[in-house]
Design a protein around this ligand. Sequence first.
Ligand code: KIV
Length: 261
Amino acid sequence: MPDLREMKRRGDKIAALTAYDYLFARLVDGAGVDVVLVGDSLGQVILGLDTTLPVTLDDMIHHARAVRRGVERALLVVDLPFLTYQVSREDAVRNAGRVLQETYAHAVKLEGGSERTAETIRAMVEAGIPVMGHLGFTPQSVNVIGVKVQGRDDGNRRRLIDEARRVEDAGAFAIVLELMPGELAEEITAALEVPTIGIGAGAGCDGQVLVLHDMLGLNTDFRPKFLRRFAEVGQAVSEGVGAYVRAVKGGEYPGAEHTFE
Ligand code: KIV
């Protein structure tokens, strides 16, 4: 956590990515990311759900334990899913503590910046649980706010700046800024001492995070404006599987070289 703050001070950008299983975690960690996030986006990209809302704490712990085995170097952060920190502060601390105890992750992430959420963050940090905040478009509130760029009007812009300060004051060590105008994210970043990590929030943040399956082109239907595909793994998988099917059906596989004597 202190390394991230130092990176911000030095102006070194933070590269973060999600991972949900052992093998991808090992590749992501080995390729040099600073932060691996077990996001509740696993609802969509792993479980095929429409939103993150049905994801449970047990789902998160199950995937985070697998990811933990693949991460040797990066900071490992795990999302607290819907209703695991909103109902009561006691519940929140107990659930966040469970994540750290059962997965050996380093920190948890939670969404929102109200007074109540700030109190929850404070209670977790006091209990020794590092917290990453998440502001702007907060997917667990999709049924209230819809899927849209946040902070475009003056009122919401002011609110997001206040929330960022509140989350920092409560003790969060970093804040994800999702789907907001680049110049607002830049203003928030300049106002905070803790690093901001953007997704759809422009280049002015201290770092960037993307959903692994989106940036690798595995999630082939998903093409939002902010996303750059750094590889076309979905296409490679389709081609590879197609070639396998043709080889099996055509009797070319397995060959003599794959057969035990
Ligand atoms: O769940 C997730 O993957 C996230 C990132 C998009 C920041 O929260």
